[in-house]
Design a protein around this ligand. Structure first.
Ligand code: UDP
Ligand code: MG
Length: 309
């Protein structure tokens, strides 16, 4: 069975039509499927629309979150309730074309564990969003040690192995596409063209996007903390030479303003030491952070050892 997870936030207008086209595409795959709607505290009539859709079939289920928790957590909730041996994550605003699911499913049948949809081009998105997205993915790939695919959202299909592994990552800051990339296993892209939104408006405000970006960076990189350590070292070294020069200027050249040597030495020396200190604290915090995340130490792709329950 395929479990399809649909996070919904203020999608009353387009939801019904989108779900219809989704169901048609799912039926084409000839697989049994369930739909799991996660209403993420919508302020409009989305919940009524969802409830209405769910009366049609006992395999259409919904979870109504108590408030707006954000897209990543809504999807995570859906994953917790999915019972299928394959799980599809798809936006409910119609921007992820359901036709691609079939192609992704074929990849899974070929033996891949994850098939993620990769955008060929972005339509209908503001220049600012495109620019910030490009910059963000570049930065993220630079500073993280894992390869997080560019131009990829959460639209993807995964098998049970990946879902169970994902469930072993109990971290509160969710960045699913990064977490799934971190898991490893056999992953493959499926190229598609992402459409613009037809109805409603994006629930991803710039505020939410910045949050997501910060979660992504702090979950997968200690680089920002390391900046303090490295610059601390750099300043300490520069400071050391400056101290030598001030002493030289004071005692040998005798070319100085009164008070200048002591002032320079204090500022430069303390500056370097402080940054270094912050950096060292940062190094410890990053290690605490690593442990608090409670991620599994490793995951097994395949083995001939029987796993008991
Ligand atoms: N969404 C959600 N909670 C939110 C924001 C969005 O569940 O706080 C859902 C939304 O209904 C849609 C998906 O997440 O199905 C993607 O959101 P959106 O289309 O607003 O993002 P964009 O496509 O603009 O990146
Ligand atoms: Mg969208």
């Amino acid at each position: 069975m395929i479990s399809v997870i649909l996070p919904v936030y203020n999608e009353e207008e387009g939801l019904q039509t989108f779900v219809k086209s989704l169901i048609i595409e799912l039926q084409k795959t000839k697989e049994v499927f369930e739909l799991i709607f996660v209403n993420d505290g919508s302020k409009d009539k989305s919940l009524q629309v969802i409830k209405h859709i769910c009366t049609e079939c006992s395999n259409y289920k919904y979870i109504d979150l108590s408030r707006n928790f954000g897209h990543q957590i809504a999807v995570s909730a859906g994953i917790d309730y999915a019972t299928g041996d394959k799980v599809v994550l798809i936006d409910s605003d119609g921007q992820d074309p359901p036709e691609v699911i079939h192609e992704m499913l074929l990849k899974l049948r070929e033996g891949f564990d994850v098939a993620y949809a990769q955008r060929a081009k972005r339509e209908d998105e503001s220049v600012l969003k495109k620019l910030t997205a490009t910059f963000f993915y570049k930065l993220l790939n630079r500073i993280t040690s894992i390869e997080i695919p560019v131009d990829t959202g959460d639209f993807r299909i995964m098998n049970r192995k990946v879902i169970n592994a994902l469930k072993r990552m109990p971290e509160k800051q969710r960045y699913l596409r990064g977490q799934i990339a971190w898991l490893g296993f056999k992953q493959t892209p499926v190229i598609y063209e992402r459409k613009g939104r037809e109805t409603g408006e994006t629930g991803y405000t710039y505020r939410k996007m910045i949050h997501l970006a910060l979660d992504a960076i702090t979950s997968f990189s200690n680089w920002p903390l390391r900046v303090a350590t490295i610059s601390g070292f750099a300043f300490a070294i520069i400071g050391f030479f400056l101290i030598l020069y001030t002493l030289y200027a004071r005692f040998v050249l005798n070319d100085y303003q009164p008070g200048w040597p002591s002032l320079m030495i204090t500022i430069v020396f303390l500056g370097g030491i402080q940054l270094l200190g912050i950096g060292m604290i940062g190094e410890y915090i990053s290690r605490i952070n690593e442990n608090v995340k409670n991620r599994p130490l490793y995951l097994i792709g395949e083995s001939n050892i029987e796993e008991d329950a």
